[in-house]
Design a protein around this ligand. Structure first.
Ligand code: ZN
Length: 280
């Protein structure tokens, strides 16, 4: 098995919304805001090459929305999904599985593209099965008012219409290499995969801890629907990771890809800041 960090580009989100109750005087030192209070965030996916399968976990924001939509998110940097796949000798048509932690637009926008000739929204990975789960799917297609702006129909419904959607049945061991946690603090049934790699494990943190600095338990996003649950879920995963020396992989951290958390008297904290390629 081989694992690769796949950078799909950076975007910006309001720093206050990203750090919840943490004051700006504190978070601004960790991820400095621009003049509009916006901070830069990565959309970093994980590619798993295993025998004849090639699975991508999440797929970035994509490029099909209009100018007005993108004017809110300030895409920047030189990375794109296609360029990052090509760096490792892959093409999007090689992908056999798209694992969607959840269906917020910055995680699944790249799943669907606009076909300019037909004007239709079509799967951007023609040969892939797309994995979600029933609970989360329901929450995404009938969204509550708070999350509605994050669940965009054009990112979601075409997956089902294409016949490429499959549901993971339950939390727990999914296959030989992957264990999946269901998490309900950020949104309903977000899936956090734990991937066995040689003697170690990599945990894809998605929005359970979008960045290294969000490892601190009270650092939960203003976007989270159930912040107290999010804190408890994060605490459990960090405890597990510290005890097992698991590698935490950050999807949104603008700079830091990974760490192995450390157990201290004050609880679990982030360890050395590392690149996935240094660890494996
Ligand atoms: Zn999210």
């Amino acid at each position: 098995m081989k694992l690769y960090a796949i950078n799909t580009g950076h975007f910006k989100l309001d720093g206050g919304a990203m750090f919840g109750v943490v004051p700006k005087s504190v978070w601004n030192k960790l991820n400095p805001a621009d003049e509009n209070n916006m901070c830069s965030w990565a959309m970093r996916c994980l590619l798993i090459e295993d025998n004849n399968r090639l699975m991508l976990i999440d797929c970035g924001i994509g490029n099909k929305q209009d100018e007005k939509f993108f004017s809110f998110y300030y895409l920047h940097g030189n990375d794109t999904l296609d360029k990052s796949l090509a760096l490792h000798g892959f093409h999007r048509n090689d992908i056999t599985d798209i694992f969607l932690t959840h269906l917020h637009f910055d995680h699944c926008g790249g799943a669907i593209e606009l076909d300019k000739t037909s004007g239709k929204f079509l799967p951007a990975f023609p040969n892939a099965v797309y994995w979600s789960n029933e609970d989360h799917w329901k929450a995404a297609v009938e969204p509550n008012a708070r999350e509605k702006a994050s669940f965009l129909k054009e990112n979601i419904l075409p997956i089902q219409e294409s016949g490429q959607l499959k549901f993971i049945e339950k939390e727990g061991q999914w296959n030989d290499q992957m264990f999946i946690y269901y998490s309900y603090g950020h949104t309903d049934a977000m899936m956090i995969p734990r991937i066995k790699y040689k003697e170690q494990e990599v945990i894809f943190m998605a929005d359970l801890s979008p960045s290294y600095h969000h490892l601190k338990i009270p650092y939960v996003m203003g976007y989270d629907t159930r912040p107290l649950n999010a804190m408890e879920e994060k605490r459990k995963v960090l405890q597990y990771a510290a005890e097992n020396r698991s590698i935490l992989f950050f999807e949104h951290d603008p700079l830091i890809e990974c760490t192995i958390p450390i157990l201290t008297e004050k609880g679990v904290i982030g360890g050395e800041r590392m690149k996935l390629s240094d660890l494996l």
